[in-house]
Design a protein around this ligand. Structure first.
Ligand code: TLP
Length: 350
């Protein structure tokens, strides 16, 4: 494993816990990028991209893969390919596709999210079953089900695999495709100690991100059947997402797959340390983290005030609602950084 690069700003190192998207490429990753063989990927001629797509498809148990610039684009391409305008898409109410993709499914695919609430970020088979429309011509068609694993806004929670399987089984019976927003699926696989394929192979399509816990600067992967990926390539181009000599980025992603998967355990350990310390402080409620995301609720201070005061002391966290704060551990945060964050939080809340 390469040492994390420092993100020094001013005299003191900043501990940036706003997201695992903030990591910078390590020296080893940069070397791999510099060495990458490239070609024009719109012509399908970038060897590094082709290799990465094949490798990821195999790893996730699917026929083919498509390298996309962002997780959002991967999700939205999948939604557009699986559905027809006027369809409904069943989603968990706090999922990324509902909150943070700027209604793209409505704007781009012409579909309506049908949101279902949940405690921990997972839908149940019964819930989904109750929300699927019967095949009557005057009702909207349920065109797709989207699940999110790990679930970001619920605190990096892991979808219990057997529950996810039940939903997929039901969807199969009804002929409804299921897409997995697996932006952080490697965190789930490492935390459960299972090959990632076990969590991905049953879905019709899966998107995961290299630019989160895996520490690459850019890039996400969409996998599915050969036919699905052919259509996805068309939609990617239509959205302006056709990339040229992008093997430089594919090399960073390949490097991330080889060097930054097992180490996710460290991020999970750091998240636990952070949560444990927070638990002991007055005015904070925190749920035991399952992976690398810590979400806490403040009872005595507003989240914006809390993050502003932390920032003054060189620690960054994200206020996600009036009273809720998110902290995400990642490659560029070491044990000492976590200790410093804990100390700083104690000072701010004192
Ligand atoms: N999440 C970002 C923000 O957009 C909230 C973050 O900092 O966590 N699915 C999930 C579950 C995600 O968490 C994200 C990004 C995406 C999709 C989209 O990925 P990008 O940012 O590459 O479009």
């Amino acid at each position: 494993m390469q040492p994390a690069e420092k993100t020094d700003v001013g005299p003191q190192r900043v501990v940036d816990l706003r997201s695992d998207t903030v990591t910078k490429p390590t020296p080893g990753m940069r070397e791999a990028m510099a060495r990458a063989e490239v070609g024009d990927d719109v012509f399908g001629e970038d060897p590094s991209v082709n290799e990465l797509q094949e490798r990821c498809a195999e790893l996730l148990g699917h026929e083919a893969g498509l390298f996309v610039p962002s997780g959002s684009m991967g999700n939205e391409i999948a939604i557009a390919v699986h559905t027809q305008p006027g369809d409904e898409v069943i989603c968990e109410a706090d999922s990324h596709v509902v909150h943070f993709e700027l209604s793209a499914m409505a704007a781009l695919a012409g579909v309506l999210p049908r949101v279902l609430p949940s405690e921990r970020g997972f839908l149940t088979r019964e819930q989904v079953q109750g929300a699927v429309r019967p095949p009557v011509y005057y009702l909207a068609r349920t065109g797709l089900i989207v699940l999110e694993n790990t679930h970001n806004m619920k605190g990096g929670t892991i979808h219990p695999p057997e529950e996810a399987r039940k939903i997929v089984e039901f969807a199969r019976e009804r002929g409804i495709p299921v897409h997995l927003d697996g932006a952080r699926i490697f965190n789930a696989a490492v935390a459960l100690g299972v090959p990632v394929k076990e969590l991905t192979q049953d879905f019709d399509s899966v998107m995961f991100c290299f630019s989160k816990g895996l520490g690459a600067p850019v890039g996400s992967m969409l996998v599915g059947s050969r036919e699905f990926i052919e259509e996805a390539r068309v939609v990617r181009k239509r959205l302006g997402g056709g990339m040229r000599q992008v093997g430089i980025l594919a090399a960073a992603c390949r490097y991330a797959l080889e060097h930054h998967v097992e180490r996710l355990q460290e991020d999970h350990e750091h998240a636990r340390m952070l949560a444990q310390a927070l638990q002991e402080l007055p005015g904070v409620r925190v749920v035991e983290p399952e992976t690398n995301i810590v979400i806490c609720t403040l009872t005595k201070m507003k989240a914006a005030e809390f993050t502003r005061r932390l920032e003054e002391k060189g620690v960054r966290a994200l206020a996600i609602s009036e009273r809720t704060v998110r902290m995400v551990t990642h490659l560029d945060v070491g044990r000492e950084d976590i200790e410093r964050a804990i100390e700083t939080i104690r000072e701010v809340l004192a």
